[in-house]
Design a protein around this ligand. Structure first.
Ligand code: BES
Ligand code: MN
Ligand code: ZN
Length: 518
């Protein structure tokens, strides 16, 4: 992982560092920025005149200057046009520009065949006026996130790390402003998102229920949160019929686990716990309702919700956030086999409700039902909020693609808080309706409910199912099927596991803390 650092001043002439500058597209602002850069490193006249570099989004320019007798690589990266005050979410868009430009600069630097170990990014203060803009600290964190997460690769298994960057450090130079707490925050956030991405991208022969639980436990010891692991026997004693049914086909080799994470920060602002739940299907073959083989390998990432919960705990604990946080993660494989659950089987969730398993590929909701029932029982006096994250439905991917997480829930306040955190982090969520009219699609002739709702509104009927087990807890469900498993690279995430949810939830928690402390 990249080392992150802050610099008080730009380094003098050196060939050990690549220098990057972020440049706005707006003519006046660009001219201003280029003039300031030129004071530090001599820019060729056509560049200075704004001819060869316009500052567009995704645009980068690599320059070689002779700086006091030494070659110096300079990168300009475009910030694009800032969103106008009248545009929706302008503040959020503008902050994202910094993340994306920083990622572009980092990727360009990594491509340059340089031996430099450090990428220095100069971050200008006071661009673009006040109201419509994020704070300097937010911008700095964003620039760290963009560069460090943009260089993330899952290359642990590559014998020959082709084109691997020689960069080891990203150092930011805040040009004329106070960095605040940006360095500490960025280090924690980047390492926590990386932790979640590594868990998601690791193949299912490495990350299975027991090994996932072990890794989280180890991280808990280091970062400062408690992890309790229930094994198959305990799960069975607790009557968690959903988890037992889904794991039935995999029992022999990879038995299920149920883990509970707990972190109580110093003088927590919440009295009742905030509970986060993550779907932890370490491989989803579909079970007897077997998936087609095309893209089935992606289903090693069907534990991305669980990874997001683990990453959020790492971050919350390392930031010592003053919150009381509980995490609940059911872990299982979903496999076919002689002992596997069959379509038509009727099972009993731990709260007593019966479910007809119409489709064994609708497994996530079965294990989440046990998780929600467990929370209801364990906290009879209620919780502040229950938020579940799950790669739950292909239907959600059809509806929203990879740029928005589907959100449904029963509590307006929690929904709105997540919406806000989504804008701030650009891990955006989009609400879908949870009208009671959809409920009848899950009616079963032989059990209290069936687990699949048919062809239409799949993301919604999945949430309707969960609602039955959330009872009257203030509950929000995040369907991250499209946003956690990227089919295409994003500005600061390669194809594959994105670690989505970590930045979103940390921001959500931070906002809660901020408000109470203000
Ligand atoms: N893990 C899948 C959902 C999924 C699909 C996530 C594609 C990411 C990409 C989930 O367990 C599943 O198979 N859902 C079924 C539900 C259906 C059988 C009611 C689906 O979406 O097809
Ligand atoms: Mn499935
Ligand atoms: Zn699944």
């Amino acid at each position: 992982m990249m080392r992150l650092d802050l610099l008080r001043s730009l380094p003098g002439r050196t060939d050990n560092a690549v220098l990057a500058f972020l440049v706005p597209k707006d003519n006046r602002q660009r001219a201003l920025a280029l003039r300031r850069i030129h004071e530090v490193v001599p820019l060729p006249a056509p560049v200075r005149a704004g001819k060869d570099f316009e500052g567009k989004e995704e645009e980068t320019l690599l320059l070689y200057t002779d700086r006091g007798g030494r070659p110096q690589r300079i990168i300009l990266a475009g910030l694009g046009e800032f969103a106008k005050r009248s545009e929706p979410s302008n503040r959020s868009i503008n902050l994202e520009r910094f993340r994306a430009a920083s990622a572009a600069a980092a990727k360009r630097a990594a491509q340059a065949n340089s031996t430099a170990k450090t990428l220095v990014i100069s971050v200008p203060g006071g661009i673009g006026g006040k109201e419509k803009f994020p704070s300097s600290e937010e911008i700095l964190v964003g620039v760290f996130e963009g560069a460090a997460l943009g260089l993330y690769r899952f290359d642990r298994y590559l014998s020959e790390k082709k084109g691997k960057t020689k960069l080891t450090t990203i150092a930011l130079h805040p040009d004329g402003f106070d960095p605040g707490n940006a360095l500490k925050r960025a280090r924690v956030i980047v390492s926590s998102v990386t932790f979640a991405r590594d868990l998601a991208n690791a193949p299912a022969n490495e990350v299975y229920p027991a090994s996932f639980a072990y890794r989280v436990k180890k991280t808990g010891r280091k970062s400062g949160f408690r992890v309790t692991v229930f094994d198959e026997k305990k799960i069975s004693t607790l009557g968690m019929g959903g988890i037992l049914a889904v794991s039935a086909g995999a029992r022999e080799w990879h038995p299920p686990r149920f883990i509970i994470l707990e972190y109580r920060g110093p003088r927590p602002v919440n009295e009742k716990p905030v509970v986060i739940v993550g779907k932890g299907v370490t491989f989803d073959s579909g079970g007897i309702s077997l998936k087609p083989s095309a893209n089935m390998a992606e289903m090693k990432m069907d534990m991305s919700g669980a990874a997001a919960v683990a990453g959020t705990f790492k971050a919350a604990a390392e930031l010592r956030l003053p919150v009381h946080l509980v995490g609940v993660v059911p872990l299982t494989e979903n496999m076919p086999g002689g002992s596997a659950t069959k379509p038509g089987d009727i099972i009993r969730i731990s709260d007593g409700q019966t479910v007809e398993v119409d489709n064994t590929d609708a497994e996530g909701r079965l294990i989440l039902a046990d998780a929600l029932s467990y929370i209801r029982k364990r906290y009879p006096r209620g919780v502040e909020a229950v938020i579940d994250l799950a790669t739950l439905t292909g239907a959600c991917v059809v509806a929203l693609g990879q740029y928005a997480t589907g959100m449904l829930g029963t509590n307006r306040k929690v929904l709105d808080e997540l919406k806000k955190a989504g804008e701030e982090t650009y891990e955006r969520v989009w609400e879908l309706p949870l009208y009671k009219e959809y409920d009848h699609l899950l009616k079963s002739d032989v059990a209290d409910v069936k687990n699949a709702g048919g062809r239409w509104a799949g993301a919604i009927t999945a949430a309707c199912f969960l609602k039955k087990f959330a009872g009257n807890m203030p509950w929000v469900h995040l369907d991250i099927a499209g946003t956690a498993i990227l089919e295409e690279a994003a500005p600061y995430a390669p194809k594959g596991g994105s670690g989505v949810g970590v930045r979103l939830l940390v921001q959500y928690l931070q906002n809660r803390v901020g408000r109470k402390n203000a």
